[in-house]
Write a protein that binds this ligand. Structure first.
Ligand code: BGC
Length: 755
């Protein structure tokens, strides 16, 4: 019936073929649209079946009265549309052939079904929607209606204020000018101006039509166009809606007043309102193809098609979650796909997501790190507020001038300090791989030094043992709090100070001006003295590195070597009866194992293996950040079946059968982790100074993998199958050295290595 311009094979299509009100939130999240500037959940158009419409605009945080933490406000909605056929509301309840798809390749959301009226009229409906990847402010949708009988159609469609979530907005102006509906709003506390505009156009049989009546209803927080159309049998009615969103958070509009914002948005509207849905969609689709898939796609030939779909899903979401065009913004733990974690930014970016950008679009990685640099003053203030020196990065960040944004009733803001070392680690990783001298000089050194100064002040001297310890922290395993010497935190703090020493000595020689600028004379001796005495927990006689001072003395409930995450009985209630997480040897997520992953060269294979087993058995993987780390370590240890099994669980975090997993939004870090499993796990890519190591371990079900990575300013296409590795240097500028199984190969354009 409708033309199928979004047909793709299975590796690209998310599909839902039955409608369920109970499960709708998951589909709204995982099929979200967006472009980094904004995210738009794929809520249904009709008011009956949508559950949580969200249009979140990156960086626009606001506080509600009485809240201890800010959040991204839910912008006024432009996707709503109620259709009445002969007076009856169309909803997906009484329908045939329901199908909702998201084409991950093109970003097209499509829903089709046949609605059966009480009088048994059959109405075919097709809903199309896109958020442009090309024009970050632009949303377009189209609804096509074809009936098997003559019908009266009433369409109510416009701009509607938030009805689900606390309303953050004060309406400053609203109205309709030349068919364009608009709201100019302001957030109540942060006073960010939002302009939201929309125009609806009617066509009959693909031609502009005047054969309808239109009235505009202007109510409290709504402006709605009401179209009445008499549609003849087999005619096609189309409603195209073109909308735009601007705010004065936009970098180039930051000093703009209300009237200028309105003028800016109207000017933009005038340039886009004549476009067809198809034109907007095609432009966006080309952007997806040229900017994303041509450069970043991973093509997996696997016996299980789901593997391919999952990596497309990950790359799709990594794209729409990332505001890398603005270095005052970063990635929320749920991207822009829902209210979860209030749109806040965690270590998820640095440790789980950043590698994807470093290896596929380093400029975006740089922008994400510049966000931390732009937050440095606030991090210094945060350190002072907590009685420390240097920069203490907030556990939950939001706007760059904010200090801690973790809600006050959680300890993490005070205790989950490893974030500060994670930032320093990421800065260094970015620099090592990209050799971006401009970045390290302008931002990187300072970040590393300020973070190291924090650690200096965070250490506690243990006189008896003549060593420095770190007390009262929460490590990555958030099931333990107020603990001392979380190994992950101690090692990362130590590394951070070591980096500071290395770079301080370097610039002392090569750039004294910079050295003096950061007052390093004042700190260098302390860095050197204390770093040697920081307590770095090592393995006990069983080869196990203690997660913290008390972990190994807690109750052990592992039985018959079965992982707690796979126990058939209700392990949570058992733990509860034993006094809760702090009493039992149980971890929420990778902690020691993440340490092993970040510093594989510090530990022998035997220690890595022992700790992998010990902690995997005791890990519930109840954070979505956990599985990827375990999977990569399993693959590193050549336990391919186990690595693949963990990968299979990781890719089901959002896409699996748990219909409640993603109600509040997708799991951003887990998607970065999935990319890392493929690249650093199965392809075995690893960076050593100046050498790219590649030691693939493809799982049994995979025949081949093909992808591209950027390394030292050259783009490489890598193809791996069970027998050989082929690498093409697509830029072909310089010779490169790669290493496979301890053997080095130097090439310029292309190389094939037998496995
Ligand atoms: C995890 C944290 C993570 C946060 C946001 C929590 O459940 O334990 O490690 O940063 O979610 O994703």
């Amino acid at each position: 019936m409708f033309n199928n311009f979004d047909r793709e094979d299975n590796g690209w299509m998310l599909k839902e073929d039955t409608f369920s009100l109970d499960n709708i939130k998951k589909s709204e999240s995982i099929m979200s649209l967006g472009n980094g500037y904004m995210g738009l959940r794929s809520a249904n158009e009709d008011s009956f079946s949508d559950k949580s419409r969200f249009n979140l605009v990156s960086g626009t945080y606001d506080f509600l009265d009485g809240d201890t933490s800010n959040e991204l406000p839910n912008n006024y909605d432009v996707t709503n549309c109620d259709i009445y056929i002969d007076g009856e509301l169309v909803s997906p309840i009484n329908v045939k052939d329901y199908c909702k798809t998201l084409n991950l390749k093109t970003g097209l959301l499509r829903r089709t079904y046949t609605f059966l009226t009480k009088n048994d009229k059959h109405i075919e409906l097709e809903y199309l929607r896109v958020v442009s990847l090309k024009d970050l402010h632009l949303i377009a949708s189209k609804i096509n209606i074809v009936s098997s009988s003559d019908i009266n159609v009433l369409i109510e469609s416009g701009i509607v204020g938030d009805i689900y979530h606390s309303d953050h907005f004060k309406v400053l102006e609203k109205g309709c000018i030349n068919d364009v509906l608009f709201f100019i709003n302001e957030t109540k506390q942060s006073r960010i101006l939002f302009s939201t505009m929309s125009i609806s156009k009617v066509e009959i049989d693909d031609k502009t039509s005047n054969n309808f009546t239109k009235k505009t209803k202007n109510e409290n927080n709504k402006i709605i166009d009401c179209f009445k159309i008499e549609l003849n049998k087999n005619q096609k009615l189309s409603l195209t809606k073109i909308s735009n969103v601007f705010t004065n958070r936009d970098k180039e509009l930051s000093n703009i007043n209300k009237d200028s914002l309105k003028e800016k948005a109207f000017n933009h509207m005038n340039t886009v309102k004549h476009l067809s849905f198809e034109e907007i969609y095609n432009e966006s689709k080309d952007e997806w193809n040229n900017r994303i898939w041509k450069v970043k796609d991973i093509i997996i030939d696997s016996d299980d098609d789901f593997d391919q779909l999952a990596i497309h899903f990950a790359i799709y979401h990594l794209t729409i979650m990332t505001p890398s065009f603005d270095n005052r913004m970063n990635i929320g733990a749920k991207g822009l796909t829902g209210p979860g974690y209030r749109g806040h930014i965690f270590w998820d970016t640095e440790i789980f997501i950043l590698p994807y950008f470093i290896y596929t679009s380093p400029n975006e990685a740089r922008s994400l790190l510049e966000y931390r640099y732009n937050s440095l003053d606030a991090a210094k203030k945060n350190a002072k507020l907590n009685g420390y020196d240097g920069a203490m990065f907030p556990w939950e960040s939001a706007w760059i001038t904010d200090t801690e944004n973790t809600p006050k009733n959680y300890r993490n803001g005070r205790e989950e300090n490893h974030i500060t070392a994670d930032v320093a680690y990421a800065v260094n990783m970015y620099y090592l791989i990209t050799k971006d001298e401009d970045f390290i000089e302008k931002y990187g050194y300072e970040l590393i030094f300020e973070c190291a100064k924090f650690w200096l002040s965070r250490l506690t001297y243990n006189k008896e043992k003549d060593r420095y310890e770190i007390h009262t922290v929460i490590g990555p395993d958030e099931y333990k709090w107020d603990i001392n010497n979380n190994a992950y935190t101690n090692y990362l703090a130590h590394y951070n100070i070591e980096l500071a020493i290395k770079y301080a000595l370097l610039i002392k020689k090569e750039n004294v001006e910079l050295y003096n600028k950061y007052c390093l004379d004042e700190y260098l001796n302390d860095f050197i003295d204390r770093v040697q005495k920081i307590y770095l927990p090592i393995e006990n006689s069983d080869g196990i590195i203690p997660e913290d001072d008390t972990y190994l003395s807690l109750l052990d409930i592992v039985e018959n070597d079965v992982s707690l995450s796979k126990r058939k009985d209700n392990v949570l209630s058992i733990i509860d009866k034993l006094g809760g997480f702090t009493k039992v040897m149980v971890s929420k997520q990778a902690d020691i194992v993440l340490l092993l992953y970040l510093f594989p060269d510090l530990f022998s294979e035997e220690i890595i293996e022992k700790n992998y087993y010990f902690y995997e058995r005791r890990c519930l993987h109840s954070s979505s950040l956990s599985l990827s780390t375990y999977s990569i370590i399993a693959i590193m240890l050549n336990k391919l079946e186990e690595g693949y099994e963990l990968f299979s669980r990781a890719i089901r975090t959002d896409l699996g059968s748990n219909m409640k997993s993603s109600d509040e939004g997708i799991h951003a870090a887990s998607l970065g982790g999935i990319w890392q499993i493929i690249i650093f796990g199965f392809l075995g890519i690893k960076y050593k100074p100046d050498i790219l190591m590649i030691n693939p371990h493809l799982p049994k079900k995979w025949n081949s993998v093909k992808t591209k990575i950027l390394w030292k300013k050259q783009l490489f296409e890598i193809e791996v199958n069970k027998n050989e590795i082929t690498i093409y240097n697509l830029d072909c500028i310089n010779n490169v050295t790669i290493q496979h199984k301890e053997k080095n190969y130097i090439f310029k354009d292309e190389i094939t290595i037998k496995i």
